[in-house]
Ligand binder design. Structure first.
Ligand code: TXA
Ligand code: MG
Length: 383
């Protein structure tokens, strides 16, 4: 149980079932399942009362409150214990809602091919905060831009449509923890701190949206995520050929392009060792062996991807542990499976209180860039 779950419960957190397959949008929002309808109606009324709701998106679970209501936005920061200078993404259900509620101007041309291809979906863009904007200053925290995306998950879209508000929503983890991809992850982190969790099953993508800044020249990928660098280049048109990847970390004295870069993230409690794809396996085995000398009965979790099993690395680690134990799980071999399983398996191993978690890294093409970005932040040692 996380520290948050035990500290001063304010709410009797309810986990309400929702069935994404019972929700349809054309010609207008229709919910065929009564339980789903009831859960979403309760959730929308909580949002209207300036409180927060955790809900599934196609990337990770979000913790939502109205982006136009400072009380809601402050409740989000408080529940997560999030640093107050890290701005939130606003989530909209349609381009029409974006125009009516957040951005009455034409969207800059550079974004149009990406919006056409990837919305609704795991892509977040930055837009200039308009004059007379109604977006809560607690959501933008003094930036001249705000971040916005249109999620594709039916539950997310239905909740935004029913509350008729754009929803500010960070990932629904306690700050510094891995993002939640199941309702149970949210419950573990935020039980007692939020009124409602909508349980719509596991998230599909498993890592957060890609955050892009098309207002800078050249355009930048601030956070790699559900849309890859290759996809931005392939579908973004000529200007996105030159897209630059922001550094995943910033030094103390540097200004972060995206405030989230400054903070510790995705951290299981157990130490995490990450191997780079071309590291000779002996280096890892030497590292594990040095740890075993200090703690002969240690238990080690191994998350393999493409080669550890065939190369016999899992067995080699087991041999090193004279009195200890190896717990092995495969994250998958294809990028989409590895992304999908990443945070869930890190959390599963974390609950077991292992002495060490070893993760087999992958190359940074396609989904690999987002996966390695998260793993490098989770890792205590990189080999
Ligand atoms: O997939 C996602 O994006 C999930 C789901 C719930 O939609 N949300 C999410 O939000 O990951 P959060 O708050 O955990 O991450 C938002 C990131 C942070 O790194 C934040 O610093 C950055 O977006 N961000 C927000 N507004 C920004 C802005 N105006 N300029 C630069 N970066 C911004
Ligand atoms: Mg987050």
């Amino acid at each position: 149980m996380s520290a948050n779950a035990t500290s001063h419960p304010q709410f009797d957190t309810k986990v309400l079932k929702v069935d994404p397959n019972s929700i349809s949008f054309s010609p207008s929002l229709h919910i065929s399942d009564d339980e789903t309808q009831e859960s979403l109606t309760q959730a929308a009324s909580v949002i209207k009362n300036s409180q927060t709701v955790a809900f599934p998106t196609e990337t990770v679970y979000g913790l939502g409150g109205s982006a136009l209501d400072t009380l809601s936005v402050k409740a989000i920061y408080a529940a997560k214990n999030r640093p107050a200078d890290n701005p939130l993404i606003a989530h909209v259900a349609s381009l029409d809602q974006l125009k009516r509620k957040l951005y009455p101007h034409d969207i800059p041309d550079i974004y149009l091919p990406l919006i056409e291809k990837f919305w609704p979906g795991p892509l977040t863009i930055l837009l200039p905060v308009p004059e007379d904007s109604k977006i809560s200053p607690a959501c933008t925290v003094g930036q001249s831009t705000f971040a916005v995306r249109m999620p594709s998950h039916p539950v997310a879209r239905a909740l935004i449509a029913l509350s008729d508000e754009p929803l500010a929503a960070p990932s629904a983890n306690a700050s510094t923890r891995p993002s939640p991809t199941r309702a149970s992850h949210v419950f573990n982190d935020l039980n007692g701190r939020i009124p409602i969790i909508l349980d719509g099953g596991p998230c599909d993508v498993g890592v957060e949206s890609s955050v892009v800044d098309g207002l800078s020249d050249p355009p930048m990928l601030l956070r790699p995520g559900g849309i890859s660098l290759e996809q931005l280049r392939q579908f973004g048109g000529p200007e996105w050929q030159d897209v630059v990847l922001a550094k995943p970390f910033v030094a103390e004295n540097e200004v972060a392009r995206t405030p989230g870069m400054k903070y510790k993230h995705y951290s299981p409690t157990s130490p995490v060792v990450l191997t780079k794809p071309n590291t000779p396996s002996q280096k890892l085995l030497d590292f594990v062996s040095s740890k075993v000398k200090a703690t002969p009965e240690m238990s080690v979790g191994v998350l393999s991807t493409r080669h550890f099993v065939n190369d016999g690395i899992v067995d080699e680690i087991q041999k090193l542990l004279v009195n200890g134990q190896v717990h092995h799980r495969s994250l998958g071999t294809i990028g989409s499976d590895i992304s999908h399983n990443l945070f869930a398996y890190l959390r599963d191993f974390d609950i077991m209180g292992l002495d060490l978690i070893v993760v087999e890294g992958i190359d940074i093409s396609d989904e690999g860039l987002a996966v390695m970005n998260r793993l490098e932040k989770a890792a205590t040692t990189l080999i």
